[in-house]
Design a protein around this ligand. Structure first.
Ligand SMILES: [Cu+2]
Length: 141
């Protein structure tokens, strides 16, 4: 009985701890439709509810030859280009939005079609939050 009480106390204090320090979450994930052999892209919102800065270090999936973190930007002539990002900073208590025309996860040379109603797993590797697997639904752009 004494042991059970101790275990219960430990569980309660762990729960209290994670609530007060906050967590890092990934929300509103989606990917655009694309065909096998093309490139695809996924978007989501990362909310860092913790008091520490974090970093997205890499992304991986099994739906393409390569999975990269890109930033789209327009030059002074309005010509769009994409730069591969070594990492993305997620400030403490901050939100980073991956969206069309900005940050995105790019799937190079898809090995399957991405049709509306499909979904697939994407693994995001964070410096502090560790590795998170998120399910990405495919939507019409
Ligand atoms: Cu890209």
């Amino acid at each position: 009985m004494k042991r059970l009480l101790l275990v219960l106390l430990a569980v309660v204090s762990l729960t209290a701890c994670s609530t007060s320090s906050g967590t890092l979450t990934v929300n509103d994930a989606w990917a655009r439709t694309a065909s096998m052999g093309e490139n695809g892209a996924a978007y989501f919102i990362i909310e860092n509810g913790t008091k520490s800065d974090d970093m997205l270090l890499s992304a991986s999936s099994d739906i393409a030859e390569a999975t990269e973190i890109h930033m789209s930007m327009a030059d002074s002539n309005g010509v769009m280009s994409m730069n591969m990002q070594e990492m993305v900073e997620i400030p403490a208590k901050g939100t980073i939005e991956f969206k069309t025309g900005g940050l995105h996860v790019m799937f190079i040379n898809l090995n399957r079609d991405l049709k509306v109603g499909d979904s697939f797993s994407l693994i995001l590797n964070f410096k502090n939050a560790g590795s998170m697997t998120i399910e990405i639904p495919v939507r019409e752009y």
